[in-house]
Design a protein around this ligand. Structure first.
Ligand code: ATP
Ligand code: MG
Length: 194
């Protein structure tokens, strides 16, 4: 499973609806300092519910709303949509069905998050394939594809230094976690204890 497309609107520096294609294997985003490269990563963390506000370099959720450099205040709504290619069926049709009802296009899973600000409050909504869901539904679905907040699907700048400084055994642990074999070791250990 991989990200196929990212649609960002009203999030951080993305004041205009922006669509970014991602390719299987490798996609590089380049641009001058402050042009929004890291904001794109933040938008993925936001939509997939993988980070708290601090992890997205914001104090509170409304700080993520596009605030034009010159202008009268920020927008009141932001949305980020992550289109996942599921042609390898990492997430089964059954899992999609239990998370969001019917399955029309099993080759694709679309996760969307929206924040909306009113005069005195703000709200956050998650969607799976256009259906309103809870964060836990998104998390369950992503977990079956091996994507978790604790995982190494997103390796931040600080993580790189941590990984370099790890012992060989610790680093091997990350590879096992990423490859999805760690859970089998846990099961083996459980079976042995029984
Ligand atoms: P670098 O190469 O330095 O890492 P970058 O391309 O990763 O740069 P980002 O950190 O993604 O840059 O973007 C920083 C820019 O985003 C800053 O100019 C900042 O003003 C802008 N920005 C952050 N939050 C908002 C917001 N809510 N509204 C508008 N602009 C924002
Ligand atoms: Mg950056």
């Amino acid at each position: 499973m991989h990200i196929k497309e990212l649609r960002v609107d009203g999030f951080k520096s993305f004041g205009e609806p922006t669509t970014v294609p991602f390719y299987e294997g490798f996609t590089t985003v380049s641009g001058p300092n402050g042009s929004g490269k890291s904001n794109l990563i933040d938008s993925i963390l936001f939509a997939l519910g993988l980070a708290r506000t601090r992890g997205m370099r914001a104090r509170r959720l409304p700080d993520l709303l596009y605030d034009p450099p010159e202008g009268d205040g920020s927008v009141n709504e932001a949305s980020v949509e992550v289109v996942l290619d599921n042609s390898d069926r990492k997430v089964t049709e059954e899992e999609i069905r239990s998370a969001c009802g019917e399955v029309t296009e099993p080759d694709e899973v679309v996760v969307k998050r929206r924040i909306k600000r009113t005069s005195n409050d703000y709200y956050s909504y998650y969607y799976l394939n256009g259906r309103s869901v809870n964060l836990s539904d998104v998390q369950d679905l992503l977990e079956s594809a091996g994507v978790t907040p604790e995982g190494y699907n997103v390796v931040m700048q600080g993580d790189v230094t941590d990984i370099i400084n790890m012992s060989g055994t610790e680093r091997r642990g990350i590879i096992e976690e990423t490859a999805g074999t760690a859970k089998f070791d846990e099961k083996k250990e459980e079976a042995r204890e029984e």
